[in-house]
Design a protein around this ligand. Structure first.
Ligand SMILES: Nc1ncnc2c1ncn2[C@@H]1O[C@H](COP(=O)(O)OP(=O)(O)O)[C@@H](O)[C@H]1O
Ligand SMILES: [Mg+2]
Length: 277
């Protein structure tokens, strides 16, 4: 009986050892998939052990990661190429328009050409910034201070606060651009702006509040569309070209998070940027 028990124990031990050996690579795969979704460095998945199936899954994952990165890069580059090439005919149009006698029609055309130029420049500026910035563990509070300081240089009043550990893994320049866009929107539409970051269990939320007119709830999705501007007719010359929120959401999503809108307790718009930890 003792011998039988011994054999059973050995077999049991072997089973556990085998299970563990097979489960560890799967766990690695899970960690890697999670990192990929958050736009982070993906740990290398070179398994020597593991069954053939697990190794195949790892290889497939690795290939997928490369293809994914390439296709995103290709999309950005293609749009940048198209934008760049559009400049030449636009310049020609501008020259031709300048030679025409001035009339309300040519004035209108001229404004359209100027608008198109600004849209193209806006996109090109974004595509240029989309370099290979690597995510790093950074102090988010420093980025927040930076963004607030930038706003204060323009004599804006902005309240800044944060709670909890602000050490977060992210792409600092991209996040700064995202927050700068949101804060400048808030300042353009309101006069009091609050910027607050809170670290939760699974994510960091950065909240931008203003006391402006806000956005009607049925336009919440529209304003994220590229080049969409709500107040086009109201004031066409107030800075942006309608890429601010598009870029902000793009940055958040590339970190595996999102940007959402809501009503602010200050009376205007509340924008929440969520970055998963
Ligand atoms: N804080 C805000 N309060 C009210 N409206 C806003 C706010 N932020 C953005 N919007 C609206 O959303 C539109 C899109 O914003 P955005 O993408 O930043 O483009 P832009 O600032 O270039 O117009 C703006 O034209 C504006 O109508
Ligand atoms: Mg804007």
């Amino acid at each position: 009986v003792v011998a039988q028990l011994g054999i059973a124990l050995v077999l049991f031990g072997l089973a556990i050892w085998f299970m563990r050996r097979e489960l560890v690579p799967i766990e690695h795969l899970g960690v890697a998939a999670d990192a990929l979704g958050k736009g982070r460095d993906v740990p290398d998945l070179a398994f020597s052990g593991g069954t053939r199936e697990v190794r195949n899954a790892a290889t497939a994952f690795h290939t997928m990661r490369i293809r994914l990165r390439r296709s995103i890069q290709q999309r950005t580059e293609m749009l940048a190429g198209v934008s760049h090439d559009l400049r030449t005919p636009l310049t020609r149009m501008k020259l031709s328009l300048a030679l025409l006698p001035e009339s309300p029609e040519t004035k209108e055309l001229e404004n359209d050409v100027v608008d198109m130029e600004r849209m193209i420049e806006g996109y090109l500026a974004f595509a240029r910034g989309e370099g290979d910035e690597d995510p790093a563990l950074v102090d988010l509070s420093e980025i927040l201070e930076d963004v607030a300081a930038g706003a204060r240089r323009d004599n804006a009043s902005i309240d800044l606060s944060w709670q909890g550990d602000m050490g977060v893994e992210l792409r600092p320049l991209a996040i700064k651009r995202c927050l700068t866009n949101l804060v400048s929107n808030a300042l353009r539409h309101g006069s009091n702006v609050r910027l607050e970051a809170v670290r939760g269990r699974t994510s960091v939320e950065i909240v931008v509040d203003d006391d402006g007119p806000g956005i009607p709830q049925d336009r919440y999705e529209d304003v994220f569309r590229p080049f969409f501007r709500l107040d086009e007719s109201r004031n066409a010359d107030t800075g942006g070209v309608g890429l601010g929120l598009t870029i902000a959401r793009d940055v958040a999503r590339s970190h595996g998070g999102d940007v959402v809108l809501g009503p602010s307790p200050l009376g205007g718009l509340r924008v929440i940027v969520r970055i998963p930890l």
